[in-house]
Structure formats: C-alpha cells, structure tokens
Design a protein around this ligand. Sequence first.
Ligand code: S3P
Length: 176
Amino acid sequence: MDEAPYCAERSIALIGLMGAGKSTLGRRLARRIGLPFVDADEEIEAAAGLSIAEIFERHGEPHFRDGERRVLARLIAGPPRVIATGGGAFIDAETRALILERCIAIWLDAEVETLAERVGRRGHRPLLRGKDPRLLLQSLAETRGPIYAEAHLTIRGGALPHEKMVDRIVAALAAR
Ligand code: S3P
C-alpha cells in the first residue's frame, strides 16, 4: 500500500539500540510509503564478504566502524530510501552529521526490558557476546540515549505491534 504521506526528497534513517526494530520496521515502513529499503549492516557484510561477527573477530571493532562510516556515506549519497542503521552508526560524529544534514533521522526508542527480550532470542551480535543483555543495553541506553535524542523525530512504543509502530512513524512524518 502506498499512502504517499511523505515527499521522498531525503532518505529516512532509522536509529536506536539493538533490538529496537530498525530493520523489521524499516522494511514495513518502506513498503508502506513506497520507498526502497536498505539495511546498512547487510551492506557492510556484503562489502566485506564477512558477517559482522566475523569482522569484529578478525579485524576488531575500529575496523568495523570504519567500514560502517564508509557504507553509510555511500547510502546517504544515493537516492532516497529507508535506511536501517546499525545501533552504533549514529554515535559516530561524522555519520551523525551526515544523517542530520541529509536524511530524516528517526529514533526508535524502546524500554531496555523490551530490547533485552528481543536481542536475547538471537546470538549473532558481537557486542552482546558473554554479556548480560539487559545490563549492556542499560549502559548503552545511558551513554547513547542523549545522542540518539538529536534525531529529528522520536518514536516510542517499542512493545507495540509492528503495524502500529509503522502507523506512528507515518503519522510523525506526515505531521512534519
Ligand atoms: C551495533 C549494532 C548492530 C551492529 C553491530 C554493532 C551497535 O546492529 O551494527 O553489532 O554498536 O549497537 P543492530 O542495531 O542492527 O543490531
């Protein structure tokens, strides 16, 4: 369904912590407003020919962050689309400046409990290896929250069904 509520001059960048639903909601949002969707983490994996876990293991986090910065710059320079970013992308000052200048940044803000429950079901995220997801996410929420808050729009209600969340995002875009 294309409701065309949003005049697609800029890409929409979904930001927020792991488990916030950036990829799942991004896909649905893109379909709803008739824009292409791209997942930045998948683009990084394709560019490296390795999974994110493998990039962290073999080359370390700084190498991953360099690749992430390059991939985001390429995606942002391209035609308008919905971009699901990895949780740390917006924390990088250069990427954040680009996103804020060229995209509409939407922070998907959710309770740590909700995030922990979601990420706990899957074990592919290197930052969570060997950690208590709730504690790690709580600490990331504290350090990253004020930075995510720089987004143009904030959507809360992470525990709502996906379609309701997409409704909220579409309404917030239309009201902008
Ligand atoms: C990260 C989040 C991950 C992925 C990498 C690092 C982070 O993406 O980019 O594991 O720093 O928060 P998701 O937010 O899509 O899980």
